[in-house]
Design a protein around this ligand. Structure first.
Ligand SMILES: Cc1cc2nc3c(=O)[nH]c(=O)nc-3n(C[C@H](O)[C@H](O)[C@H](O)COP(=O)(O)OP(=O)(O)OC[C@H]3O[C@@H](n4cnc5c(N)ncnc54)[C@H](O)[C@@H]3O)c2cc1C
Length: 278
């Protein structure tokens, strides 16, 4: 139970959602979009967040849409992670989403919540990063479509009141070979020590990571080095571990040395699987 009073809205269009957000913002009610609600309820209970208005986005058609044709795959931001596992022909998206939490929890966790929430793992963004996906965002100036790699830097770069409606990827990426490896301290439903995601296109292998640094990332410079065929897999893995874009996490789940060791092995596994011949 949330121990303070708040207003609850369930708009049926994104325009209405944006209007309610503005109105409640002007009233000083610190409104929040409400998707699966797991994070919001937990934080509101603990009074980490204090909101006077929740705007449930699960009746907005664009947010619930799943669409796939020969050119693109579109995921609505209110789809829960189990739906994404079931529906999408993008195997990598399914493989990554099914590793987040357990089946019961995934019925609640939404794609939008995973990407926009505070918990930094945001694992569902990884396949979207390697597939050069795009965010479709609604704001007071209309709808914009922006490349994920430009608009996501450690976290999604939404302005106050902006709503992530959908994520879109080019269908061609669903056919490329891919690999992912997740390591946990104990059980499979733990948060990851790290999660490596790799996808091989016509030219190179793309990589994205979560858990190793305190944010998910795809680093193009690091990626080029990982594709340097003049070096052995081991040399590339070591180089990557020594040149991560941020500090390697060091906490009660695993030391930074342990994480780096597992990470190097995972790089070698990914290169063996997708490049082969070393
Ligand atoms: C038991 C449990 C296990 C978990 N395990 C993992 C894990 O292994 N890996 C991992 O990556 N994550 C994990 N998570 C984190 C989870 O994915 C996030 O907490 C996520 O925010 C939950 O989604 P939700 O739909 O319930 O979010 P909500 O509580 O609805 O929203 C979270 C935040 O995102 C904002 N938001 C949501 N959707 C949108 C949108 N479309 N546009 C703009 N803002 C939006 C909300 O306003 C809110 O601030 C776990 C969470 C739980 C509860």
């Amino acid at each position: 139970m949330i121990s303070y009073d708040f207003e609850y809205y369930r708009p049926e269009t994104y325009k209405e959602a944006l209007e309610i957000f503005q109105e409640k913002q002007n009233e000083g009610k610190n409104p929040l979009y409400y998707n699966g609600g797991t994070e919001t309820v937990t934080y509101a209970r603990k009074k980490i967040i204090n909101t006077g208005a929740l705007i449930d986005i699960k009746a907005i058609p664009e947010c619930l849409e799943f669409y796939e044709d020969e050119d693109r795959v579109v995921y609505g931001s209110a789809l829960d992670l189990n739906k994404i596992v079931e529906k999408s022909s993008f195997g990598l998206m399914g493989n990554v989403s099914r590793k987040v939490a357990d089946h019961t929890v995934r019925n609640r966790l939404s794609l939008g919540g995973n990407i926009c929430g505070r918990l930094f793992y945001r694992e569902a963004i990884l396949p979207i990063m390697v597939a050069d996906g795009e965010f479709i965002i609604a704001g007071t100036e209309g709808i914009k479509k922006v490349p994920v790699l430009e608009f996501f830097n450690k976290k999604i770069n939404l302005k106050s009141g902006e709503l992530l409606l959908q994520v879109e990827i080019d269908k061609k990426y669903t056919d490329f070979p891919h690999y992912n490896e997740r390591k946990e301290k104990q059980g499979k439903i733990d948060y990851p020590l790290f999660h490596l995601v790799a996808l091989k296109d016509e030219e190179k292998i793309r990589f994205a990571f979560s858990g190793i640094c305190p944010y998910p990332f795809r680093d193009l410079e690091l990626e080029n080095l990982l594709n340097d065929k003049s070096k052995s897999f081991e040399e590339r893995a070591k180089y990557a571990a020594d040149n991560l874009p941020g500090n390697v996490r060091n906490d009660m789940f695993g030391s930074s040395e342990f994480r780096k060791y597992l990470f190097e092995n995972a790089i070698i596994n990914a290169l063996s699987e997708l490049e082969g011949g070393n």
